[in-house]
Design a protein around this ligand. Structure first.
Ligand SMILES: [Mn+2]
Length: 346
């Protein structure tokens, strides 16, 4: 496996030189953040970022993410234009030799939380999701802003987008995902790229919007749409874990055994209600996901893909992007590396 660390590019408060001081990290997971959603990623820009990553001694192991334009998810008349551009981005990453592409198919909102700095008993802070709080939000009124995404849309643009989704069912979204996959996966195959869809976070519908990559049955259906190693999963324990029906050890065993996981996100969470949870430190003992069990399954199947510690807490008074500080993710990386070394010696 290639133990990697997410880096938000030259603007990130965490630098490549910081990450280099974390032992055992081989790879960087990054993206071109200056390209507008939907536009083609130019080869020269990809190569420039790649050179910067390699100068520090790392390999660029995965792109996370190339966002999918809303017109593709909505399945409207403009989607073919955006899919063509998406295919060009895949070709360019293939030319640059970057093998793994993480993306998601969540309408309008990416991961959603009610709080970005919930205080834990040890006074570290973490991201949390409280269902009651989210249920009270009327996003169209815009009187309530949630952390993380509220500034991503102008109010009028958001309302137009939500109106466009109001008629879209889960089944429609599946059809639109299938249409996208049938166009992009052959391009990924030719380009030597494996795509891994990231599950929805949290793994249930929010604000009445359809969400379809939430449970084991969804992952099965997804993988069957195009049966190719280029059509695979980014298995995120922290995104799927809040639904206790998602047995992460068994699911890792199943999908790693079929070689349909290209990217492993290791994150732990603690469930605080049927639809509520907060994030925790990575070790198994800190949350409800058996992280040791998950890593054992990757090891059992000789996983050669990319693994990264996902969201960490904020500790030691670190400030920065919530979930993406240096310190706790470094502890997570060392925990993963320690388990892996132990499994190698058994
Ligand atoms: Mn994740």
């Amino acid at each position: 496996m290639k133990l990697s660390f997410r880096w938000y590019g030259p603007e990130d408060t965490v630098s490549l030189l910081h990450i280099r001081q974390v032992p055992v990290i081989r790879g960087i997971v990054s993206a071109l953040y200056h390209i507008p959603v939907g536009e083609t990623w130019p080869l020269k820009d990809i190569l420039a970022l790649k050179a910067r990553i390699e100068e520090t001694g790392f390999e660029w192991t995965a792109i996370e993410s190339i966002p999918v334009h809303e017109d593709i998810k909505l399945g409207n008349a403009r989607r073919d234009l955006w899919i063509d551009k998406y295919c060009d981005s895949i070709r360019n990453m293939g030319k640059a030799g970057i093998p793994v592409l993480c993306y998601n198919f969540m309408p309008v909102f990416d991961w959603t939380r009610s709080t970005l700095d919930m205080k834990l008993p040890d006074e570290s802070t973490c991201l949390a999701y409280d269902h009651d709080m989210i249920s009270r939000v009327d996003i169209k009124k815009g009187t309530f802003s949630l952390p993380g995404w509220a500034t991503a849309y102008e109010k009028d643009a958001l309302i137009r987008l939500l109106d466009a989704y109001s008629e879209l069912t889960e089944e429609d979204l599946w059809q639109n995902l299938g249409y996208f996959l049938k166009r992009v996966i052959p391009v990924a195959e030719e380009s030597g790229v494996r795509m891994g869809i990231h599950p929805d976070d949290p793994p249930w519908s929010i604000f009445g919007l359809p969400r379809i990559i939430c449970r084991e049955a969804d992952l099965d259906r997804f993988l069957n749409i195009v049966n190719s190693p280029s059509n695979s999963l980014t298995l995120c324990t922290g995104s799927l874990g809040p639904d206790e029906q998602n047995d992460m050890v068994r699911m890792t065993d199943k999908y790693a055994g079929k070689n349909r996981i290209v990217f492993a996100h290791i994150r732990n969470i603690k469930r605080t209600g049927p639809f509520s949870f907060h994030e925790t430190a990575h070790p198994t003992a800190c949350g409800d996901v058996n992280i040791l069990g998950v890593l054992k399954m990757y090891h059992k199947h000789n996983f050669t893909g990319v693994i990264r510690p996902d969201h960490g807490r904020m500790i030691w008074n670190e400030t920065g992007k919530p979930g993406y500080g240096l310190y706790d993710r470094s502890l997570g990386a060392m925990y993963i590396a320690g388990i892996w070394e132990g499994l190698n010696r058994d």
